[in-house]
Design a protein around this ligand. Sequence first.
Ligand code: PEP
Length: 252
Amino acid sequence: MSQQRRALIAGNWKMNQGTSAGRELAKAIVAGASKAPNADLVVSPPFTILAAVASDLAGSPVELSAQNMHEKSGGAFTGEVSAEMLKDCGCKWVILGHSERRQYFAETDASVASKTSSALAAELRPIVCIGETLEEREAGKTLEVVGRQLAAFEAIIAKQPGVAAIAYEPVWAIGTGKVATTEQAQEVHAAIRSQLAKVSQQLADVTRVLYGGSVKPDNAEALLGCADIDGALVGGASLKAEDFLAIAAAAR
Ligand code: PEP
């Protein structure tokens, strides 16, 4: 991790946690946040409890994120939620282009780019996810795939350097317990940073690139110790306050 980029540890609760379990989890994270003095903490509950969790986070350093949004600011889009609505209920961040959205909800590089642009316009900070499938890795296409996904939104995030974060999440490592080795992760993170540097050196210097994929307390220190890994997007382990905080405490 670089001295100039403070660690960002974001928990993606996915489609888990009703009101009482979610609020309890949020409160436990707030109570333990001082155990992670070197990290910015973000939690991403489901839409239904964003407002309730916002009130539990109020006055704490823990920030609120949503897991998705629609690119339009309003209108006839039944079932959807806009960036403005997320801001209105207390979100500072939004996860975009998660591989589960790309895989199950047909999100494309173009739709992720368009959502990134709308989020930034609404002053919502995107955490944009990219990553290769196992098939793509085995075919030697990792850097090509990640490069293509990044190319779709790099010029958009370059307009406000440091506001967006990127999460590199190898799809084969998400929820599988198969974590990328530090060498595999660092190689891709370095490639992401050099691609950002081609857009602007400032963008490369200030953009936090998080690793995601089976991050746990026992592998966090090694991953966060890599030069180009600036934090973590955590799924399963973010549902236990103790584990989430232990991961965040590993940031130096
Ligand atoms: C994720 O969903 O973004 C994720 C990284 O999940 P997990 O930590 O469970 O692999």
